[in-house]
Design a protein around this ligand. Structure first.
Ligand code: ATP
Ligand code: MG
Length: 584
């Protein structure tokens, strides 16, 4: 450490918002260059490379082959698949001296598809899985979480190519198993959840999430433990249709001073009590929320979403449902262009593609045919009662858009949902033929016909994994690495000024190194033991060996960083004991 390129900091960096960012900077593992752009320093780079190697070993182990693409790519292929536009502001675009358009790759589906197309032409060549561990670029809107969300970051991305659906299933399963081994070896606690395919297109997809309060993803698990999904992918169990044959005809009533759902419910209970004498609740009202959708080609549409009045809209869920369109509230001016929309009193009778207004209307799956609602009467100060779905209004379809609450029913009778936050560390997708079709990747099949290849795409956040491990393992005194990716196996602290301490330490370290143990040696002569201990705690190497006063009595101290437990060991036994401890 007397020569190591390392400066630890006692103060938290001002811009850090999550513990991994704070601690990786304080411990001298990384330094920030610009928002979401970081330099790895020697200790950080060692951790990074260990993560990278684990990922590489497990990919190689099932026969995936490593290649390496440039990050700087021509736009053509991304234009052919629509992603040049679809990525919007997230894509770093640039031009060369001739004015030709380029991008910095955010992910490489297009390039891998074209590569396989250029080399392979027969079903006999398949299956193949190719991967790279490479720097990616995304101009993230909120790069606030340090290494967790970089604008430049390292991803392992792989792609499988198969002749048919069964082949894809097998390749997907191989990746899934490799990911399980990777994240187990990284010491991460994780869950595998159903996910939305999002920007990748395709169908089935799962995410590996590391549960953690700093996580930016919200996921749910069912109380029976058998269902887990990213909230964006949660499907609402559809209630049974209701028999409305005894529901009275819809009737419009005056509802003065009912600006909010609560006021409407209170007023309704006082003035128009339910026929079955149970009280009205917010869940009996149908709330219609107006959005502006912006499509890929820049055109916009008005969308009204109908949800039970006790529910809030989760814009991320709505956006995932209408992808690739983006969603924002409808502004004042746009409201004025649609006289059918009476603000505060919007009711579904005037909505839907077959209505006079033609305004698109989607409802929450709970709004089943036959269910009766209190909703706006499309005139100020009035609401309509006993408004029956399917009888009095017709939506254009259903949409998953409401905020998921703890206690909501899980799909398929798996009990109730409980939510938690997590960091997305990996994502596996069954892409199907989307990219192969767009870029015309075909091979000759057994009967001599051209057949479109079926693909999968799989990502691991390599740099993000470093921060995710830090998030799950840090404590109040610093980082605390699992052995598999710690920058060294043992941190030897020479605690004292005497030459004997340093001489003995050198001998011990030589012995440990001959046994294959990696050592970081705090040999700084002018630094106090207290400061050395603080640094050792901050750096988080799993085993700390203290050589100090005990040396005179023939003992040294071994501390376990994670548990804080320490014990004295005779110096003659020390090398063998330490080696067996760190090597398991
Ligand atoms: P997120 O939802 O967190 O933005 P994503 O779904 O866009 O991620 P993918 O396209 O699935 O990400 O990329 C594969 C993996 O790459 C992710 O599972 C994640 O681990 C990692 N990753 C994605 N974006 C970033 C980023 N900005 N910084 C670091 N790692 C990232
Ligand atoms: Mg993802």
């Amino acid at each position: 450490m007397s020569t190591l390129f390392l400066r630890t900091l006692r103060e938290d960096p001002a811009d850090a918002e999550v513990p991994s960012h704070t601690l990786l900077v304080r411990a001298g593992y990384v330094r920030r260059v610009a928002p979401g752009i970081f330099t790895w320093l020697p200790l950080g780079w060692r951790v990074f490379r260990k993560v990278e190697n684990i990922v590489r070993e497990e990919m190689d182990a099932f026969g995936a082959q490593e290649v390496h693409f440039p990050a700087l790519l021509p736009k053509d292929a991304y234009e052919a698949t629509g992603r040049w536009d679809e990525y919007g502001q997230t894509l770093f675009r640039l031009q060369d001296r001739k004015g030709a358009d380029y991008l910095l790759g955010p992910t490489h589906e297009e390039m891998f598809t074209l590569l396989v197309k250029s080399e392979y032409s027969s079903y006999k060549d398949l299956p193949v899985s190719l991967y790279q561990i490479q720097t990616k670029y995304r101009d993230e809107a909120r790069p606030r979480a340090g290494i967790l969300r970089g604008r430049e970051f390292v991803m392992k991305d792989s792609y499988s190519f198969d002749l048919d659906e069964a082949g894809l299933q097998a390749s997907y399963e191989q990746h899934r198993q490799a990911y399980i081994r990777i994240f187990d070896r990284l010491g991460l606690n994780y869950v595998i959840v159903s996910a939305m395919a999002g920007a990748m297109g395709g169908s089935l997809s799962e995410e590996f999430l590391a549960p953690c309060v700093s996580g930016e993803d919200t996921f749910v698990r069912s109380t029976d433990g058998l269902y887990a999904a990213n909230v964006e992918a949660v499907t609402t169990p559809v209630p049974a249709m209701v028999d409305a044959s005894n529901t009275p005809a819809a009737h419009v009533e005056d509802t003065p001073n009912c600006e909010t759902i609560d006021e409407l419910v209170a007023f309704s209970n006082a003035s128009y009590p339910r026929s079955d004498s149970a009280p009205w609740t917010a869940a009996d009202t149908l709330k219609n929320v107006v959005f502006k959708l912006t499509n890929l080609d820049g055109t916009t549409d008005v969308l009204v979403v109908g949800v039970p009045g006790d529910r809030e809209i989760d814009v991320r869920r709505l956006e995932a449902s209408v992808f690739p369109a983006t969603v924002e509230p409808l502004g004042e001016e746009d409201f004025a262009k649609h006289p059918a929309l009476v603000r505060g009193y919007i009711g579904p009778q005037v909505l839907g593609e077959n209505s006079a207004s033609g305004i698109r209307y989607l409802v929450d799956p709970r709004i089943v045919d036959g269910s009766a609602w209190i909703s706006g009467a499309n005139s100020v100060g009035q609401h309509v009662y006993d408004l029956v779905a399917g009888r009095d209004f017709k939506a254009d379809g259903t949409v998953e858009s409401v905020h998921i609450r703890d206690g909501d029913q899980a799909p398929d009778g798996h009990g109730e949902l409980v939510s938690a936050r997590g960091i997305e560390i990996g994502h596996i997708f069954q892409l199907g033929t989307k990219y192969a079709q767009a870029l015309d990747l075909k091979v000759l099949n057994e009967s001599g016909k051209q057949q479109v290849v079926t693909m999968g795409s799989y990502g691991v956040g390599v740099s993000r994994a470093v921060a995710a491990v830090a998030e799950q393992t840090f404590d109040e005194i610093g980082l605390s690495w699992p052995r598999s990716i710690a920058p060294a196996d043992v941190h030897v602290v020479a605690a004292g000024k005497e030459d004997e301490i340093y001489d003995f330490a050198e001998t011990l370290i030589a012995d440990l190194q001959s046994r294959g143990v990696e050592v970081l040696f705090d040999d700084r002569r002018r630094v106090s033991p207290g400061v050395k201990f603080k640094d050792a705690e901050l750096l988080g190497i799993p085993t700390i060996v203290v050589i100090g006063k005990g040396l005179a009595n023939g003992v040294l101290e071994i501390r376990d960083r994670a548990s804080g437990q320490s014990r004295e060991v005779a110096i003659s036994d020390a090398p063998a004991q330490i080696a067996s401890e760190v090597q398991g």
